[in-house]
Design a protein around this ligand. Structure first.
Ligand code: B12
Ligand code: SF4
Ligand code: SF4
Length: 261
């Protein structure tokens, strides 16, 4: 691959203005199972867009989706803003939540950037550790030049204690996989608030500690997870409720020190 061209730089700048990060890209082949664009053209470039840390949170929390009280605000915001960037290049966007069947974002991520499977299953990044996720993929019908592959080694290779393996109080992560039921039960119980600052296993990783999500963002993810598993939300009461409580809808959430840790 060559020096990234102006299209890639433009996509990166547009994403950064939203607090998002371009997470590399690749030219797909049949094995990548990349869907065609809605008009039937095959995708010839995929650019992944994601988040790490709290940069996305002030932009998202000021969005209409964060305030309309409907389900899945972050997902809807991600689809809208990433879809708009894709549209500027005649492309289309695809979401990690377009399923089931789910588009294989984990495999795409491994094609696009230096992430590897951590001992607890999710992907670890040499800068962001375990505090990152994918919000969408931009599918383009033409090839654009992409940055040279980043081949940094896995941080797990030089992590002697591997604290992520043992930090979960209910050992939800084991070689057998992720025990979703055990995690849900713990999060719903008396001690579940211990995970309110983020999954203790993810927090235990020494890499990318500065990318841990703000408390309100953790609450959104944890509550979405609990509700998705048929349980009650308990970590936050929704962005709108918090804003109304403080009497300043639309402003307070952007202030560092209020919702941020
Ligand atoms: C379905 C799904 C789930 C399910 C199923 C998990 C399971 N083991 O059964 C549920 C809802 C439980 C789940 C939970 C979480 N998930 Co999830 N999940 C997905 C999704 C949409 C599809 C995965 C899939 O089924 N692929 C198809 C199968 C055939 O491929 P697979 O590789 O075998 O998939 C397995 C793993 O991906 C695994 N898995 C999925 N999520 C998680 C989370 C953890 C912690 C682990 C260990 C494994 C795991 O379960 C899949 C089925 O066994 C992907 C997005 C995508 N499109 O890939 C995100 C994804 C894998 N999840 C992700 C995350 C971050 C989580 C959470 C940790 C937090 C969150 N924000 O939702 C939570 C865990 C809750 C917590 N304690 O915080 C991220 C991982 C990013 C990364 N750094 O690697 C992804 C890529 C989404 C994203 N937007 O970036 N998830
Ligand atoms: S704690 Fe160590 S082994 Fe676990 S994901 Fe982080 S670097 Fe890898
Ligand atoms: S959120 Fe808490 S209970 Fe669930 S896997 Fe992480 S540490 Fe374990």
């Amino acid at each position: 691959m060559n020096e990234p061209d102006k299209d890639y730089a433009h996509i990166r700048a547009r994403a950064e203005a939203l607090g998002l990060i371009v997470r590399g890209g690749f030219w797909p082949c049949a094995d990548d199972a990349v869907p065609s664009l809605p008009d039937g053209r095959p995708a010839r470039t995929v650019v992944l867009v994601g988040n790490a840390g709290g940069a996305m949170w002030p932009v998202f929390s000021g969005s209409p989706e964060a305030r309309d009280g409907r389900l899945h605000p972050l997902d809807r915001w991600s689809r809208r803003v990433i879809g708009a960037i894709a549209g500027e290049f005649g492309g289309a966007a695809c979401s990690p939540n377009d399923g089931p069947p789910w588009p294989p974002f984990v495999a795409w991520a491994r094609r696009a950037e230096p992430v590897v499977e951590s001992p607890i299953g999710i992907l670890v990044h040499p800068d962001y550790g375990l505090w990152h996720a994918y919000r969408g993929a931009i599918l383009l019908a033409h090839r654009i030049a992409l940055p040279a592959p980043d081949r940094r080694p896995s941080p797990c290779d030089t992590c002697p204690d591997q604290p992520c393996r043992s930090a979960c109080p209910v050992a939800a992560f084991s070689p057998g996989g992720y025990d979703v039921a055990a995690c849900v039960e713990f999060l719903s119980g008396d001690e579940g608030t211990r995970c309110g600052g983020g999954c203790l296993a993810r927090r235990a990783c020494p890499v990318g500690q500065q990318y841990n999500y703000p408390r309100a963002q953790q609450a959104l993810h944890l509550d979405a997870f609990l509700v998705g598993q048929g349980r009650d939300a308990r970590f936050g009461r929704g962005l709108r409720a918090r804003e109304e409580e403080r009497g300043a809808p639309g402003r307070r959430l952007d202030r560092p020190g209020v919702e941020w840790r």
